[in-house]
Design a protein around this ligand. Structure first.
Ligand code: ZN
Length: 154
């Protein structure tokens, strides 16, 4: 654990940790979920305001280590304006990136590239993924309840 994060990655993470994005409360909440990472003690709350299938606005409140907070902030930054399908795709790319698989991806990850630095610290991968798994769980639950509604109205 003595190997430091690359300076560039660390600077990006720290900037997000100090000034996290997505801290404004939403007027309308269409999706909401909370998540915990007991290994580290990170806790997160995520809410989305949707416009059709697109993310109009997002609220992220994370209490935890620098990596979990920075990752939640980056999530808030990148998914605004994206469709839920795109959000799921980005989450897949982040997951495989953190697991060390170089996936062929055409997505513009921006600051999220900095999470690559976390790969060297396997215990922190859960910190980096917390915001993503919490959000994806909420999206999948919404899709499942939609399907249930459709089949019950038939
Ligand atoms: Zn953590």
């Amino acid at each position: 654990m003595s190997e430091p994060l690359d300076d560039l990655y660390r600077d990006i993470l720290m900037e997000h940790f100090r000034y996290p994005r997505g801290r404004n409360k939403l007027e309308h909440v269409h999706l909401h979920n909370e998540g915990q990472n007991p290994v580290c003690g990170d806790e997160i709350e995520i809410a989305l305001e949707l416009e059709g299938e697109k993310v109009k606005d997002i609220y992220v409140s994370c209490m935890g280590c620098a990596i979990s907070v920075a990752s939640g902030s980056m999530l808030a930054e990148i998914i605004k304006g994206k469709s839920l399908e795109e959000v799921k795709k980005i989450a897949e790319v982040i997951k495989s990136m953190l697991k060390g698989k170089e996936s062929r991806n055409e997505l513009e990850l921006g600051d999220l590239e900095a999470l690559k630095g976390v790969r060297k610290f396997p215990v922190r991968i859960k910190c980096a993924l917390l915001s993503w798994t919490t959000l994806i769980d909420a999206i999948l639950a919404k899709e499942a309840s939609k399907k249930a509604q459709i089949s019950s109205s038939e």
